[in-house]
Design a binder for this molecule. Structure first.
Ligand code: LER
Ligand code: MN
Length: 286
């Protein structure tokens, strides 16, 4: 089981689904004490974060992945932007993020930076832009020894790909190599009729998982059948991260604690997997 929790250092993303919002030593100490192996970073952009990387490593943590959505939030960039100059800037932003993340042995995520269909154009032309960008960026990630993660989002955030298998089939035919899916259980809850079936069908294309309940809170707060999703991932031999990209509710520490408890429960022997979570937390079983 590889576990991670999100940390945003992008104040403009406040209100977004990130558990921790500061890079204090006490934050990394708590993440380590809870038993997470890694942090997933949401940074304002590529830059010199050597101090941050050193502190993360000093606490025995790895970097699970690096998000690029700040390129959209702060600069309005997307890989499918109708303005060609913005598309070039978006690619450059991601390319430099890949270089930075590569030094941390982490893959980069393309989520919001995929953009949406140009209302004045066709979905096909937007997909052509996306496909060309993923080909180039997938090659660039390979040079860093990393995969590139492409994340289908729910219909309110993109109209390019909302579902796992559709995205997987398109990726395989688009010519993009070295690109795997980021399967976010929150988006999947909105779009997939059956989460476990979608994960199974996407199979080895699944490269990273955002472990979030239906209401984007810590698993166990909503109505997602996490047991079925995790069972499917285990059967498939999924060996990537379960990363909590969730709202920091009721507070960051509680959201992180509930996530790790639920993961331990789901990956525990069958006798514990069906017990009520509260009992296990209070009895110290998880
Ligand atoms: C990014 O991982 C994501 O899931 C998007 O919805 C941005 O919030
Ligand atoms: Mn996500």
């Amino acid at each position: 089981m590889k576990t991670a929790v999100t940390l945003s250092l992008t104040p403009q993303a406040r209100g977004g689904p990130f558990v921790f919002w500061d890079d204090l030593d006490s934050t990394f100490a708590l993440i380590g004490e809870l038993g997470f192996q890694a942090v997933e970073l949401f940074l304002p952009g590529p830059g010199d974060y050597r101090g941050l990387a050193t502190r993360i490593a000093a606490h025995g943590l790895a970097v699970a992945a690096v998000g690029t959505g700040a390129g959209w939030i702060l600069q309005g960039l997307t890989l499918t932007h109708p303005d060609g100059a913005k598309r070039i800037q978006a690619r450059d932003f991601i390319r430099r993020t890949i270089d930075m993340a590569g030094s941390w042995k982490a893959p980069v995520i393309i989520g919001s930076m995929q953009g949406r269909r140009d209302p004045a154009g066709s979905r096909e032309s937007s997909l052509d832009f996306l496909g060309e960008a993923l080909q180039a960026l997938g090659r660039h990630a390979a040079e860093q020894g990393q995969i590139l993660l492409y994340e289908p989002l729910n219909r309110y955030e993109t109209d390019l790909f909302n579902r796992q298998v559709e995205a997987a089939v398109w990726l395989k035919t688009s010519g993009a190599k070295n690109v795997r899916l980021l399967s976010d259980l929150f988006h999947m809850n909105i779009e997939e009729p059956d989460l476990a079936a979608a994960l199974r069908e996407a199979g080895s294309m699944v490269g990273h998982v955002h472990f979030a309940d239906s209401n984007r809170r810590a698993m166990g707060s909503g109505h997602t059948d996490a047991a079925a999703a995790v069972a499917a991932l285990r059967e498939m031999g999924y060996d990537g991260y379960y990363s909590a990209e969730i709202l920091p509710l009721p507070d960051s520490a509680s959201a992180a604690r509930q996530t790790i408890a639920r993961l331990r429960q789901l990956l525990a022997p069958a006798s514990l997997a069906t017990a009520p979570l509260g009992t296990l937390v209070s009895s110290g079983e998880v």
